[in-house]
Every structure is written in structure tokens, then in C-alpha cells.
Design a protein around this ligand. Structure first.
Ligand SMILES: NC(=O)c1ccc[n+]([C@@H]2O[C@H](COP(=O)([O-])OP(=O)(O)OC[C@H]3O[C@@H](n4cnc5c(N)ncnc54)[C@H](OP(=O)(O)O)[C@@H]3O)[C@@H](O)[C@H]2O)c1
Length: 245
């Protein structure tokens, strides 16, 4: 799919993978709209002339997400590409006191419910375009969970299986549905976590390549190996992943 001149919405475009993807998209002359919570970062992107639109929204609030999406429908009837990238990962054991109904709800809403609501409300707009795409950023942890972030793994596993069903539903239409599965990436999300991290630039390149290409499931770096190990021996894959920090 051609990116030159295309209007793209990316959630979480102010940090990490989203920020690098924004840079790549701007390089391709796409018109990019960013959604995040931090108004100062959004203002900075606007001042730098990087973006075609900035929307401050807490994606953990489903009511705010639907309102945002309805505004986007009005403001950007030419929207072609939606990248569901924003996410949070709490390292809280499910049985600990710090794991409250609120922390669980916020993580679930941000990582899973918000992408579904955005897709649903923006679907008629995307369907009006000659070519459109939805890109959902999941993770290798959607294939095999690690122990320390159970809610995160659950939300991403849910987003992965939803993406597969949506691919079935939209087959033969003008809307492509793409899943990108990064391994551990060097971003603020993984501060103090993980080893052998890849750069967010690499993931951003893969996201752009995925939109341009024709494959709808993109395993980045070591997630490809994890996928095959999980197919050949789910037990081995599980024991490799369960100890990760
Ligand atoms: N880093 C990794 O190792 C890794 C690996 C695989 C997959 N991923 C996935 O890649 C995506 C990006 O991760 P990252 O590592 O780049 O994370 P990051 O650097 O922490 O950035 C997260 C982005 O999401 C936004 N965000 C978070 N919660 C939000 C909320 N409630 N409402 C609106 N915006 C929100 C943040 O902006 P504000 O704070 O301004 O809201 C920020 O722009 C996530 O979906 C993550 O699960 C990451």
C-alpha cells in the first residue's frame, strides 16, 4: 500500500516504537495523526511540524475512546490507516495487593478494548477508502506468556486472536488487517526489564514494510523462532518464556 500522502492514525506515537514509526511515516510523506495522554509531548510534535493532528485521550477510558473515534470520523474522513500501537505492561503478580481491579481494568482497556472500539467506530471511514489498513501491534508474549505480566500477556493474546478473526471477516474487502509481533524492544516500556533488546527503529521499519507489502502476520526478530518452537514443542517454549523478567 502506498504511504505517500496517506493519512495514518497511530496511538502511542509519542514514545518508543510509536515515536520511531511516526518518524518513518513522516519520511514516507504520510500525514500522521497521533493519540496519546501526554499533552506536552503532543504539543512538541505539533510545534516540530511532525503531525497532521494530535488528540489527547486516555485509552483506558472506553467512553473517551468512543468520543475520540467519533471526532476522528468527522475530522478525518480521509483516514486510510489505523495503527493500534499504544500499550502498557504492568509487572504485577495477579495475587499481589498492587494488582487491583483498577490496574487490571486500565491495562485491559488500553491494550485490548481501545483497539477494538477504535476499529469498530472507524470502520465505515476506512471502508470508504480505495485501500485501507489496520495494524495491530501485539508481541511474542501473545504466543507464549512470561510469568511476571499475566494481564499484559492475556490482553495481547486476546488482541492476536481477535486480529485473526477480523482478518477472516474482512477478507476480500479493501481493508487489510495486519498483526506485527515484536520481541523485546529497547523502549521506556522495558526500562529495567529484558535482555538483548532490539531497537525501536527496527520495529518501525517492519511496520512500514508490512503496510507496503502483502503479508498480514509479521514476526519481528526472535518472535519467528519463538513461533516455531511453540509449534514444535509448546512445553519447551513455555519453559523458555516463563523465567523472563
Ligand atoms: N517494548 C517492547 O519490548 C515491546 C515488545 C512487544 C510489543 N510491544 C508493544 O508495542 C507497543 C508500544 O510499546 P513501547 O515499548 O513503544 O511503549 P512505550 O515506549 O511505553 O510507549 C507507549 C505509548 O503508548 C501511549 N499510551 C500508554 N497508555 C496510554 C493510554 N492509557 N492512553 C493513551 N496513550 C497511552 C504512551 O503515551 P502517553 O504516556 O502520553 O499516554 C506512549 O506513547 C505496545 O503496544 C507494546 O505492548 C512492546
Amino acid at each position: 500500500m502506498e504511504l505517500h500522502g496517506a493519512k495514518v492514525l497511530i496511538t502511542g506515537g509519542t514514545s518508543g516504537i510509536g515515536r520511531k514509526t511516526l518518524d518513518r511515516l513522516v519520511k514516507e510523506n504520510a500525514k500522521v495523526i497521533v493519540v496519546a495522554r501526554d499533552q506536552n509531548k503532543l504539543d512538541q510534535l505539533r510545534e516540530d511540524g511532525m503531525i497532521a493532528g494530535a488528540y489527547c485521550c486516555d485509552l483506558a477510558n472506553p467512553h473517551a475512546v468512543v468520543q475520540l473515534a467519533e471526532k476522528l470520523v468527522t475530522d478525518h474522513p480521509d483516514l486510510q490507516i489505523l495503527i493500534n500501537n499504544a500499550g502498557v505492561q504492568n509487572n504485577i503478580a495477579f495475587h499481589e495487593d498492587a494488582s487491583t481491579p483498577q490496574t487490571i481494568t486500565d491495562e485491559l482497556n488500553t491494550n485490548l478494548l481501545a483497539p477494538l472500539l477504535l476499529i469498530r467506530v472507524l470502520m465505515p471511514t476506512l471502508a470508504k477508502q480505495k485501500k485501507a489498513a489496520i495494524v495491530n501491534i501485539t508481541t511474542g508474549l501473545a504466543l507464549v506468556p512470561k510469568t511476571s505480566s499475566a494481564v499484559y500477556c492475556g490482553t495481547k493474546g486476546g488482541l492476536r486472536i481477535f486480529t485473526k478473526a477480523l482478518q477472516n471477516q474482512l477478507e476480500g474487502t479493501s481493508i487489510r488487517v495486519i498483526e506485527v509481533l515484536p520481541p523485546v524492544v529497547d523502549t521506556p516500556m522495558t526500562d529495567g526489564r529484558g535482555k538483548n533488546k532490539i531497537s525501536p527503529d527496527k520495529v518501525a521499519n517492519e511496520i512500514v514494510r508490512a503496510i507496503r507489502g502483502n503479508r498480514n502476520e509479521i514476526f519481528v526478530g526472535k518472535t519467528k523462532l519463538l513461533y516455531w518452537v511453540s509449534k514444535v514443542s509448546p512445553r519447551v517454549a513455555r519453559s523458555i518464556m516463563r523465567g523472563l523478567g
